[in-house]
Design a protein around this ligand. Structure first.
Ligand code: GLA
Length: 742
């Protein structure tokens, strides 16, 4: 029983295996936040935690109740305009123009398990095996008959609570939601660091850690995608928290559109966290009897550091968010032709790559951009998902057959949300292009976006894609999205519904994903948005993997993948070995280091293997064989970050994956620059069984787990004058295969 309710005191205590979340109905039907953190005992009431002092110059609830001051109360889901001056969790404009509401507690219900949401990606509990319960708190505003359900689903064994809100208009007049966040959390102090994952194209999810300060601090997106600039995953950690120890809260949102993660430190140093759809550029009109469901926010806490937080959130995604078919399904090793050929290919060139791939043990050939319309560059043909006969004269089906005949899986690139002016689709349906009539439409990567608020657009693209999937017996789709949305307007929507556009757009995208993944359960989807621009939990629900970054340089990837690993499991991270000098930054790194970085993800190659010299091809063959042997460990093992490239001079990064039995592990230590006469290195491993003995890289010596973790391992210098130096000493990597002594 993870949900404990004291009826007399109206206290709700949600317990996970290691955490407690407590709130209470206060005076006047207001919900007060009592506690979130390490598990505490269930008691009837927590009066001590609810004590307040009267605050000078702060408005009171009423003349009769001067001591009830909303601005000084930690709340569950706060309104605005009635004395609480912090940013609210929601705001409703009514027919008379007023934005004052009074949602009071009405009743609660507890339901077993967790149903999926109808139109949004969401957590679920399909096999009802995990002691999952959902608490629904009903509030109502009697004056306008607006009802609010606050939903809390508790996943006790992963220490996760999922929150969302649902507004229902039972009144006779329409209302408009100007803001409807998914979760609010008011914490009693502000001694936290905000940890965010920010960047830009090709530098996604770099870790930034900043102490909280008085006032508002936020990350958000108004680009209609979750974006590479800011990722919706955020942590709040005590200043002393490390990867291995300390208190940390994790927040994420199961959503791919405009989001807001905001923290407001108020005048008394309490911290209000808000997570949900960005209220900027958002409003939702509710006619009588209409309702609005927010996306779900994921909350998690541990006192055992960032590694533990990442692991419990990853366990939660595996059990309750990712399509169960893919949770433990090893992902095929692929070769993608993008960096090998760009738009310049024909069937002969591609088949050469595919044949070579087969001979090296690679399992899937992915045909990237350029196979459709007359797409010889990025100015044309998006929307025309018909094969280009000049490149593939026998058709896409026949080409797929040739790949399948090699006993390789076949994957294809689509960019389903886009339209080029130079396309048949635009000739027939110019009105489907998102724009404001009579005004300039802004291009991005020379292309425009389809209006996914229109059902006919979703239907049209579904039909085209399913024809290709049927024709090719497709195994994999790379679903790209290469620009942000501008001129957010739809002639499909009434004037008072234009601010619904961004959310309606992503609902259309989700509908297409939903239909395709249901109709083609055996097609593996990888999401992509100019690399890692839509790397989020909404996508994860449909597409178990995502292209992490267009930056395939091994050194840059260290930071990108290390940063990403805080919020997302390694099986989700598409990671490929590409050619050197690297296409993006010209850097030379060894094939060994490139693979040692890419191994910690959904692995593949993205270079012209058909042109590779024999010695490199032989090395690739070995890498593929090695990866197959250890793929489950790399993709699904428990990941512990050890040395962070975001700390110190950033010269070293290391991490380890460990299997469930703690019998096998692979640790890799990467070094950017090699220094002469450098300090001695001790490499402290993690996650091993202290009492088991291990061998390293098949060597004679054995070591106890406790020694490897606490005393560490001596690492000798990389540059050996006596040996022929094959690998570069700069940008080097050392891989340790750690196996229990049987
Ligand atoms: C985006 C993707 C790349 C590639 C190109 C094709 O940039 O991130 O991997 O698919 O589009 O145009």
């Amino acid at each position: 029983m993870p949900i404990h309710i004291d009826e007399t005191n109206q206290v709700f205590h949600i317990q996970t295996d290691h955490t407690s979340y407590v709130f209470k109905v206060l005076e006047h039907g207001v919900l007060g936040q009592v506690y979130y953190g390490k598990q505490i005992h269930v008691r009837a009431d927590y009066a001590n935690l609810l004590k307040r002092e009267w605050k000078n110059t702060t408005p009171s609830y009423s003349l009769e109740d001067p001591g009830f001051q909303l601005d000084a109360i930690k709340q569950e889901y706060a309104a605005t305009g009635t004395g609480d001056f912090r940013r609210p969790a929601y705001q409703v404009t009514q027919e008379n123009g007023s934005r004052i509401t009074d949602l009071k507690y009405d009743h609660y219900e507890v339901v077993q398990g967790k149903q999926r949401l109808a139109d949004l990606p969401s957590s679920f509990d399909d096999d009802a095996q995990d002691d999952v319960e959902t608490l629904i708190i009903h509030l109502t505003d009697a004056a306008i008959q607006l009802d609010l359900e606050l939903q809390y689903t508790v996943f006790p064994h992963q220490d996760v609570i999922v929150r969302s809100a649902n507004f229902k208009n039972h009144g006779v007049a329409g209302v408009t939601l100007d803001a409807a966040l998914s979760a609010q959390l008011d914490l009693p102090d502000s001694r936290y660091d905000m940890v965010q994952f920010s960047g830009t194209w090709s530098q996604e999810r770099h870790l930034i850690r900043t102490p909280l300060r008085s006032g508002l601090q936020a990350i958000d997106s108004v680009r209609a995608t979750s974006s590479p600039q800011q990722n919706p995953f955020m942590m709040l950690a005590r200043p002393t928290t490390t990867d291995d120890a300390g208190e940390v809260f994790g927040f994420n949102l199961i959503y791919s559109g405009n989001f807001l993660d905001q923290i407001e430190v108020d005048q008394w140093s309490t911290s209000r966290i808000l997570v949900g759809i960005n209220p900027t550029d958002f409003a939702w009109h509710l006619d009588p009897d209409e309702s609005f469901q927010t996306p779900e926010a994921v909350l998690s806490y541990t006192d055992a550091g960032f590694n533990q937080l990442s692991q419990q959130m990853a366990d939660f995604y595996a059990a309750h968010l990712v399509n169960s078919k893919y949770v433990k399904q090893e992902r095929p090793i692929l070769v993608n032709n993008w960096e090998a050929t760009y738009f310049d290919f024909d069937d002969e060139k591609l088949l050469k790559i595919a044949k070579k791939a087969k001979s090296l043990g690679i399992e899937m050939f992915v045909l990237d951009d350029g196979w459709f319309g007359h797409r010889d560059d990025d100015h044309t043909s998006l929307g025309d998902w018909f094969v280009d006969p000049t490149k593939l004269p026998n058709g896409i089906g026949a080409f797929a057959d040739q790949v399948h005949d090699l006993d390789l899986k076949f994957g294809l690139w689509f960019e389903p949300e886009m339209i080029s002016i130079d396309s048949k689709l635009y000739e027939t349906h110019p009105e489907w292009l998102i724009h404001v009539p009579e005004r300039r439409a802004t291009p991005g990567r020379n292309q425009y976006v389809l209006d996914y608020t229109r059902q006919e657009v979703v239907d049209y693209i579904y039909d085209l894609m399913s024809t290709v999937i049927d024709d090719t017996k497709l195994d994999y789709i790379k679903w790209d999205m290469n620009r942000y949305i501008t001129e957010m307007y739809s002639t499909n929507l009434a004037a008072n519904r234009q601010l619904e556009m961004a959310h309606r757009y992503i609902l259309g995208v989700y509908q297409l994903y939903d239909r395709l993944t249901k109709a083609y359960p055996d097609v593996l989807f990888e999401s992509c948005a100019s690399g890692g621009g839509r790397f989020d939990l909404g996508m994860m629900y449909y597409a178990p993997q995502a292209w992490t970054s267009d930056d395939t340089d091994a050194v840059e990837r260290m930071k990108i993948q290390f940063g990403t690993s805080y919020g997302y499991p390694q099986a989700m991270m598409g990671a490929h070995v590409s050619a050197v000098p690297n296409e993006q930054n010209g850097r030379m790194t060894s094939l060994e280091t490139r693979a040692n970085v890419a191994f910690y993800g959904a692995f593949g190659y993205e270079l012209d293997i058909s042109q590779m010299p024999d010695d490199e091809a032989a090395e690739v063959k070995e890498q593929v064989a090695f990866y197959k042997q250890h793929r489950a460990l790399y993709q699904f093992g428990k990941l512990y970050r050890i040395d962070s490239p975001f700390e110190g001079d950033g010269n070293v990064m290391s991490w380890i994956v460990v299997d469930d039995q703690q019998n096998h592990a692979i640790a890799t230590r990467y070094q950017i620059l090699n220094h002469i006469n450098a300090p001695y290195i001790r490499f402290y491993l993690r996650g091993l069984d202290p009492n088991k003995q291990y061998r390293i890289n098949g060597g004679e010596a054995t070591y106890y787990g406790d020694e490897l973790m606490n005393a560490g391992l001596f690492m000798d210098k990389i540059f050996d004058e006596a040996a022929e130096v094959k690998a570069l000493a700069d940008y080097s990597s050392r891989r340790l295969l750690i196996d229990v002594v049987e």
